[in-house]
Design a protein around this ligand. Structure first.
Ligand code: F6R
Length: 606
C-alpha cells in the first residue's frame, strides 16, 4: 500500500526521504516521488517503477536539494502506474502526497472542472491537491480543515504550501500516519520502520488530527483548529528488527525468527503452566459469557483463524465460524450480544477487517483483536486486545505473524476449554506445555532447509499444483497454497483431500505436483488413500508427514519429515516447510520475494 514520508530538519532532505521510503518498500508500490523545498521553491521528482528508477531519473535530470519535503511510494488505485499518476500532485500553490481513497473524488472533480480547473492525472489525490489550492487563502490550517470537511473516504496526507517555506503539514483520517521527532528535526511516515534510522520517538496521529512541522518542532491541532498536546511514544523495535541482518530476504529472516516470536508472544501469557490472558481483559468468567465465536480476518490471518476454529471446537466444544472480512461485512451476519467476534490482523489497519469489527460492535457483539502492530486502528477500537509480539514483519508474505496468531489462538482455546470445563487443569497444563515446546521443534525443522530447497527445485517448472489435507492439515494446505502462489506466481489450489474426487481430481495430469499434508494421526489412513488416488493418476506427490512414516512408491515421490509431535499442536511445526518451499521456489524463479508483484503489505482499501 502507499507509503508517505516527510522531513523537516538540518539533514539533506532528499537523502532522508529516499532512505525513509526504502524502509517502506515492503508495503508494495509501483511508483515513487518526492517534493522538496529547494532554495525556497518546491521541486518535484517522480517516476513510475522502483525507488532506483526515481534515483536514476534524478541523477539524469535534477535532484532536488533542501531541508524540508515530502515523499511517497504509490500503489495504484485510481489510474495506472505512470510518471503522471505518481505522487506528489500539485495545485498552483499546494503539493501533496496521499495514502487512502477519496470516495467522493468524482463529485469534487466535477465541481473543480466547472470552476475552470484542469487536471493532469487520473488520480483521486490530484483532486485533493486542487481542492486545497481552490480554497487556499494564505492560511494553511483553515484550508486543510475546510477540505477535510468536504472530502469523504480514508486519507493520510503530507502537504506543503509554496509560500510556507520549510513547513510540512500532515493530516489523517483512517489511513495510518505517525510523526517522528528527533533532535532539531521531525518526520512524518506511514509506519515506524521508515524513521527508525533517525529516531525511535513518535506521535500517533489520530483521526482528523493535523500536524504542523517546522524548524522549531511540531504542533498538533484538532479539526476545530484547537492546539492539542499529544503523548509521545517510543518504538520498542530497533534498527536490526527492520534490517535483513545477513539474510538474503526479509521473508527468510522472518521465518527463522519464528521460534523467538512464539516465546515472546506466549511467555507473558502463561502463569504457573496455565494460560493467563487477564492482562488482555480475558478472564474465565468473561469467556463463559459467549454462545459462539466468529473469527473475521483476511488472507493469511484468516487461515490462522481456521486453525483456531479446529482447535477451539475440538477442545472447548464452542462453535466457531470463520469469515473472510470482506464477505462478513456484507452478508448481514447473525451476530448477537452473546457472541465473541475475534479479528486477527498483523497490520491492524486492513480496511475490511476494521470495517467488519465495527459492524460486529454495532450488532452488540464483544470484540477481541489479535494484532501485531501496536497502536493500530483495530488494536485501539477492539473491546479486548491481545498483541502478538512478532516485531516488524517487512516481507509482504506473512510468516512469523501467522505463527504467533496461531500461538495466541491456542492459548485462547486452552483457556476457553478450561473455563467451560471441557478439559481439566491437568490437560490444560499438558497442552500449554506442548505449546511452550514448539519453538524447539521449529528450530529443529529449520535446520533442514535442504529438503525444502530440493522440493522447490522440482516445482519451478510447474504451471499449477494442488495442496491437499484433511482437518487441521486442510487449514495448513490453504496457507501453504497461498504462500506459494503469492510469491512464486505459480497457480495453486488447496483442497480438502476427501473432496478431490468430486470434481477437482480431473485436473491431475502426468507429473502435476501435489503437496499432501498428512500430519493428523486420526486422519492419516484416510489421507493416504486420497494421496494414492492422485498418485495413480500421474501426480508427483510430495508428502509432508511425520518422519517415522516411509511412503511406498504408490503413495509419494518425496517426503518432508516432521518430528513426532502431538496432533493438536502439529500445525505450528508443519507450516514451516510449507513456508520454506514457497520461499525457495520464489528465489529459484528469480522473483522479488519480499515485494511480490501486485501485492501490498497493508491493505487499507476495500
Ligand atoms: C499473505 C498476507 C495477506 C495478509 C492479509 C491480511 O501472505 O500477508 O494475506 O494476511 O492481507 O493482512 P493483516 O493481517 O495485516 O490484516
Amino acid at each position: 500500500m502507499c507509503g508517505i514520508v516527510g522531513y523537516v530538519g538540518p539533514r539533506e532532505c532528499t537523502d532522508v526521504l529516499m532512505s525513509a521510503l526504502s524502509k517502506l518498500e515492503y508495503r508494495g508500490y509501483d511508483s515513487a516521488g518526492i517534493a522538496v523545498f529547494d532554495n525556497g521553491e518546491i521541486k518535484v521528482a517522480k517516476s513510475k517503477g522502483r525507488l532506483k528508477d526515481l534515483e536514476e531519473k534524478m541523477e539524469n535530470t535534477y535532484k532536488p536539494s533542501g531541508h524540508a519535503g515530502i515523499g511517497h511510494t504509490r500503489w495504484a488505485t485510481h489510474g495506472e502506474p505512470s510518471d503522471i499518476n505518481s505522487h506528489p500532485h500539485s495545485g498552483k500553490r499546494v503539493t501533496i502526497v496521499h495514502n487512502g481513497i477519496i470516495e467522493n473524488y468524482k463529485k469534487l472533480k466535477d465541481f473543480l472542472v466547472s470552476q475552470g480547473r484542469e487536471f493532469q492525472s487520473e488520480t483521486d489525490t490530484e483532486v485533493v491537491a486542487q481542492l486545497l489550492d481552490y480554497y487556499y487563502d494564505g492560511n494553511p490550517l483553515d484550508t486543510i480543515i475546510k477540505v477535510m470537511s468536504e472530502v469523504r473516504g480514508s486519507f493520510a496526507l503530507g502537504i506543503v504550501f509554496s509560500d510556507f517555506r520549510d513547513v510540512v503539514y500532515a493530516v489523517r483520517r483512517e489511513s495510518p500516519l505517525i510523526v517522528g521527532v528527533g533532535e532539531n528535526e521531525s518526520f512524518i511516515a506511514s509506519d515506524v520502520p521508515a524513521i527508525l534510522k533517525y529516531t525511535k520517538d513518535y506521535y500517533l496521529l489520530e483521526h482528523d488530527e493535523i500536524a504542523r512541522l517546522d524548524m522549531d518542532g511540531v504542533k498538533f491541532y484538532d479539526k476545530h483548529k484547537k492546539e492539542i498536546i499529544k503523548e509521545i511514544k517510543t518504538a520498542d523495535w530497533d534498527m536490526d528488527a527492520a534490517e535483513k541482518g545477513g539474510y538474503e530476504h526479509f521473508m527468510l529472516k522472518e521465518i527463522y525468527e519464528q521460534p523467538t516470536a512464539i516465546k515472546t508472544t506466549i511467555s507473558p501469557r502463561i502463569t504457573d503452566g496455565l494460560p493467563n490472558l487477564e492482562e488482555c481483559g480475558i478472564t474465565p468468567e468473561k469467556l463463559r459469557e459467549f454462545n459462539q465465536i466468529y473469527v473475521v480476518a483476511c488472507g493469511t490471518a484468516m487461515h490462522a483463524g481456521l486453525v483456531g476454529k479446529y482447535v477451539i471446537e475440538k477442545l472447548a466444544r464452542v462453535p466457531v465460524t470463520v469469515d473472510i472480512a470482506s464477505e462478513f461485512r456484507y452478508r448481514e451476519p447473525l451476530v448477537s450480544d452473546r457472541d465473541l467476534v475475534i479479528v486477527i490482523s498483523q497490520s491492524g489497519e486492513t480496511a475490511d477487517s476494521l470495517a467488519a469489527m465495527r459492524l460486529a460492535k454495532e450488532l452488540g457483539a464483544q470484540t477481541l483483536a489479535i494484532v501485531n502492530a501496536k497502536g493500530s486502528s483495530i488494536a485501539r477500537e477492539a473491546d479486548m486486545l491481545i498483541y502478538t509480539h512478532a516485531g516488524p514483519e517487512i516481507a509482504v508474505a506473512s510468516t512469523k505473524a501467522y505463527m504467533v496468531q496461531i500461538a495466541v489462538m491456542y492459548l485462547l482455546a486452552f483457556e476457553l476449554a478450561l473455563a467451560v470445563d471441557a478439559i481439566d487443569e491437568t490437560e490444560c497444563r499438558r497442552l500449554t506445555g506442548l505449546l511452550q515446546k514448539t519453538p524447539d521443534y521449529i528450530e529443529e525443522i529449520l535446520k533442514n532447509k535442504e529438503d525444502t530447497q530440493y522440493i522447490a527445485s522440482s516445482l519451478i517448472t510447474a504451471d499449477s499444483l494442488l495442496y491437499i489435507g484433511r482437518g487441521l492439515d486442510y487449514a495448513l494446505s490453504m496457507e501453504g497454497s497461498l504462500k506459494l502462489k503469492e510469491i512464486s506466481y505459480i497457480h495453486s489450489e488447496s483442497y480438502a483431500a476427501g473432496e478431490l474426487k468430486h470434481g477437482t481430481i480431473s485436473l491431475i495430469s502426468d507429473g502435476m505436483p501435489v503437496i499432501a499434508v498428512a500430519t493428523q494421526k486420526a486422519l492419516f489412513e484416510k489421507t493416504v488413500s486420497n494421496i494414492k488416488e492422485v498418485k495413480a493418476r500421474g501426480a508427483k506427490v510430495i508428502m509432508v508427514c511425520r518422519d517415522d512414516y516411509t511412503p511406498e512408491k504408490d503413495v509419494a515421490d518425496y517426503k518432508f519429515g516432521l518430528p513426532d509431535i502431538d496432533d493438536i499442536i502439529m500445525p505450528m511445526a508443519a507450516v514451516v516447510p510449507l513456508q520454506l518451499i514457497a520461499y525457495y521456489t520464489s528465489v529459484l524463479k528469480g522473483n522479488d520475494v519480499d515485494k511480490p508483484r501486485n501485492l501490498a503489505k497493508s491493505v487499507t482499501v476495500e
